[in-house]
Design a protein around this ligand. Sequence first.
Ligand SMILES: [Zn+2]
Length: 195
Amino acid sequence: MEPSSTRVHVRKKQIRSVVARIREEHELSTAPIDVEELARKLAARVMKVETDDDELSGFLYRDPQSGEAVIGVNKSHSPTRQRFTLAHELGHLVLHSFDDLHYDRKGYGSGFGRVRMRDSESSKGENRDEVEANFFAAELLMPEDLLYKELKSREMHDFLESDFDAAVKLLAKQFKVSPQALTVRLVQIGILSPD
Ligand SMILES: [Zn+2]
């Protein structure tokens, strides 16, 4: 069957192995994942940006000559959102090639989207890049093995049964992500059903 034209192909399998390799190489084996430290190790300079533009999540600039990368993160956003933005930009850095400045502004449902809209073909490609960067961020910040480790503990298991919302909040705190991002992730890895 032909894939639907509105669907974009996301390289989930490849992204999973890229993230697994990065985690192994940089010994990221416990939660919360130190994403700022990882950025430094990947030679990306992180700037906390003060801006009135609340819609701006972050940006990635890669110097075509030196190859040096600069990642900007909106300073006024919550710490968990800043972490997710940083992980998202690292996803672009690792997975995608850019010859210019890449901005992420709210626009697509995911909260990420580029400023410039080109023709529909390239905007489809850009949309795929955003979905991939989000998937990279989720894999990095909420690794399946670490989530399962927590979920398998008896305390968490009982807690999830008795007070689901509070358990999700606690788990989100441990991983330094928002409860919303964690809920999406739990659906993604098949722990929660999507409804
Ligand atoms: Zn993006």
